[in-house]
Design a protein around this ligand. Sequence first.
Ligand code: ZN
Length: 302
Amino acid sequence: MSVQRPCPVCKGLDATPVIGRRNYQYIRCGGCQTVYLDPMPSAEEAAALYQNSAYFMGDEGTGYRDYYAMHKALAPHFHRRLRVLAKHLPRRGRLLDVGCADGYFLEMARADGWEVMGVEVSEEMAAKASGRLNIPIVTSVDRLLPVEFDAITMWEVLEHLPDPVAELQCLAQRLRPGGFLMLSTPNAGHWQALRAPETWTAYRPPAHLVLFTADSLQLALEKAGLFPIRIWKVSPLPPLPAWLQQATRPLARALADGSAHPWTLALMLWRGVRLLGWAWQKVAHPQDDIFATLEALACRPA
Ligand SMILES: [Zn+2]
């Protein structure tokens, strides 16, 4: 039997297979329920993935069909997250967005009063963000100016990192004491992750390496020396009766990738579908966790 890779969060060695995809295997830690990839892709493979423009445009299986078309799907989340940050840091300050892609969030953050900086591993995206914001965007955290941040954000980034605790620890060092880190990441406690893994789009190797439950995310933040203030769940995605799931799959996909048209009508329709699904879930699968995404707010102890 091969030696199992230890859990990246609790270091446990008691993991069971979840699903195999493209020569990779996701396994779930029996201790903390974190799901992680075994083997992890090599550093070279990971680097190549994000330097390929197809990742953001055209590679639906691993990356995005069209990242730019997703702006309208992302905007309400970005606005909501900025409101959460503003509640804790009403005077704003200096904000770093890690994995800033084309700088869309940073542009909104700057309009909200933040002094912004960004890190983006994809050189092409970093150049786009730099052009959009007219500021330099670096491709790794160690290339940042030696300054402290009032807030660090990372939207759907943590799951891409082979050693998330070490990475969070490094980011915690860049926060001023009392500064906040806020992030979002897929919820590995979602019903699809647990009982329908073949349908869960977050099982996406070799891009997604580590997937958290609310509890394992809390543990990861604590291990990184951060104080988790709150972890909450967003993006309700209840199970649907099979016929409804089948009938609405194109609609769900078009909304997820930003291609739905007309947008508002599609969104209202999808909300109606999910409401039906939610009512059905209460009867058919009452144990299901219906939220697809976790969000966390943590602070560097003063
Ligand atoms: Zn674990």
